[in-house]
Ligand binder design. Structure first.
Ligand code: URP
Ligand code: ZN
Ligand code: ZN
Length: 545
């Protein structure tokens, strides 16, 4: 097949109008002297599009050929070329020929894979008296540098209102430089919330709702609310998600630690042990079974929770278990570090567990007991974390991961020999797209899929440091980590956004991805309901004779 260029490539346009400068080792394509995180300055840099409001056309025409790489999908891999036109994959086959004027990237000896999809992030989230330091621009820019091309963030309702929460997040996401979707948290229950859930699903493209069984006094819901929510999710074809820790027991555990004089970050881990995660996971799974609706358990951090997910799946229940990178790789020794500031970086909930849990979670991921990897990216800088000096309950919970996930999962799972490269694509991208019903638009390198692609060099290496990461936050829980493999090129929506260790991101071009209800997880639910009803052998007709 022969493709000839007719338009000047978008890359030539960008390089003409946006001279490159370096700032603080974060290599964004910007005018000299611009701070990569000051968006008003950034808007100036894209005034070429004529809109001072930073609204860049999202459909800049682009043609691109990736040549000679091994194209990896979750179901198959083959050596092939990938041709992209206007943000969409137009052809996947060997020996595609194009004119000299089309940009060609040589991927010989490298893997060409779907960009990562991070199912679990918190950008610009108001939480524990602070707001996460990475917003939809800085978090996404960092993610693109690490090979993730889409993420799903959690909308937090405003005073329980889903509509107000949704509107707030639409504003927060305005400067997005990559595609994103929304989950929605449910923090209280009444008729309005129930009706708003319908609006979110039918009009706003949200197909998942998260229930926090922890964070007593703020986000936490009780079993009655959880059951109402599960029923509503089922009727809408929306996926119920749970943060599974017993919030009442955690509250008790926190009191116990303070009474014992344990006020530092180690008190965080001690106050919410794995059994409280196991209990809440088991409870949520049983209630979802009682309602007969699928359940997604976010940030599975312990063997206790993982075994509950595995047991339910073995019995045929539709339960998805999501480990996060921190839970797979880190262990709780850091929380006992004598330096408060160092230890506080690692405070997240559920806590990072004792050695042994992470390796068990890796094995569960490798064998399909757990299904996909998220990050729970939720960053607070050193000043914000310092709010908890003298009382671990006040340390804002959360760690980074959006930029590191693809590299760390490769190194830990593929380079170590635990999974093949096709499974890497499945757990970092495809499974997320399937669960949230956007496959094969996302999560695949197929004709017609969005051109969200990474070129990965397994023979190169990566190193992580807060000095070179692309976040706003000043620390990194993976500081100093090195490993095998490197995302050399990231293509998002058909545009090369990361190449030669240089980011070329534009605020405003990221698209909101609507996610329709009734994913494959709902297939057959009606049949199970019918089977249940016919098994009741009731009511018995007891007519009095
Ligand atoms: O510590 C965490 N996980 N922070 C983010 C909020 C949540 O529970 O997901
Ligand atoms: Zn959570
Ligand atoms: Zn989270």
């Amino acid at each position: 097949m022969e493709f000839l260029i007719t338009l000047v490539s978008v890359f030539a346009i960008f390089s003409t109008f946006f001279p490159v400068s370096e700032s603080n080792n974060n290599q964004f394509l910007l005018k000299d002297g611009l701070n990569p995180f000051d968006l008003s300055q950034f808007c100036d840099a894209i005034n070429i599009y004529g809109d001072p409001g930073c609204d860049v056309p999202s459909s800049v025409s682009s043609k691109l050929l990736i040549k000679g790489g091994t194209v990896v999908n979750a179901h198959h891999k083959e050596v092939a070329d990938v041709y992209i036109e206007d943000g969409i994959i137009a052809a996947v086959q060997p020996n595609i020929k194009v004119g000299d004027d089309i940009k060609v990237i040589d991927a010989t000896g490298k893997f060409v894979m779907p960009g990562g999809i991070d199912p679990h992030t918190h950008l610009a989230m108001e939480f524990m008296g602070s707001e996460t330091i990475d917003d939809f621009f800085s978090g996404q820019a960092a993610a693109l540098a690490g090979g993730t091309t889409m993420h799903i963030d959690f909308v937090i309702p405003v005073n329980g209102s889903l509509s107000a929460g949704y509107e707030a997040y639409v504003k927060k996401a305005k400067r997005s430089c990559m595609d994103y979707g929304f989950h929605m948290a449910i923090t209280k229950w009444n008729e309005t919330v129930s009706e708003e859930m319908e609006i979110m699903v039918n009009e706003k493209g949200i197909n998942s709702f998260k229930f926090f069984l922890a964070y007593k006094g703020s986000f936490m819901v009780n079993d009655e609310l959880l059951m109402e929510g599960l029923k509503k999710c089922k009727s809408l074809g929306a996926l119920a998600m749970v943060h599974a820790e017993n919030g009442d027991a955690v509250f008790e555990g926190q009191k116990r630690m303070i009474e014992l004089g344990i006020t530092g970050p180690e008190g965080h881990a001690l106050s919410r042990p794995p059994l409280l995660e196991g209990e809440a996971t088991a409870r949520a799974i049983r209630l979802a079974s009682f309602v007969n609706t699928p359940l997604y358990v976010v940030h599975v951090m312990s063997i206790d929770a993982m075994e509950e997910v595995a047991r339910a799946r073995k019995s045929g229940q539709r339960v998805v278990g999501e480990p996060v990178v921190s839970g797979l790789l880190l262990n709780d020794s850091v929380l006992w570090d004598p330096d408060f500031h160092f230890a506080a970086r690692y405070v997240m909930s559920p806590p990072i567990r004792a050695p042994g849990h992470g390796t068990a979670l890796q094995a569960a991921l490798a064998t399909g007991l757990l299904q996909l990897v998220g990050t729970d990216h939720c960053t607070f800088n050193s000043t914000q974390k310092a709010l908890g000096i003298g009382d671990f309950r006040k340390i804002p919970n959360g760690v980074n991961g959006m930029e590191e996930r693809m590299h760390l999962v490769w190194d830990t799972m593929v380079a170590s020999g635990q999974i093949p490269v096709t499974d890497y694509v499945r757990i970092t991208s495809t499974e997320c797209a399937r669960i949230f019903n956007i496959y094969p638009r996302k999560g695949a390198i197929l004709v017609g899929s969005d051109a969200d692609i990474i070129i990965f060099n397994p023979n190169s290496s990566f190193k992580i440091s807060s000095k070179s990461h692309h976040y706003r936050t000043d620390t990194n829980v993976y500081e100093g980590w090195r490993g095998k493999g490197k995302v050399e090129v990231t293509i998002a929506g058909g545009r090369v956004v990361w190449e030669n260790d240089e980011l070329k991101v534009i605020p405003g071009v990221g698209k909101y991805i609507e996610m329709p209800p009734f994913s494959y997880l709902f297939d057959g639910i009606d049949k199970a309901d019918a089977k249940y009803l016919s098994s009741l052998r009731a009511p018995i007709n007891r007519s009095t004779i």
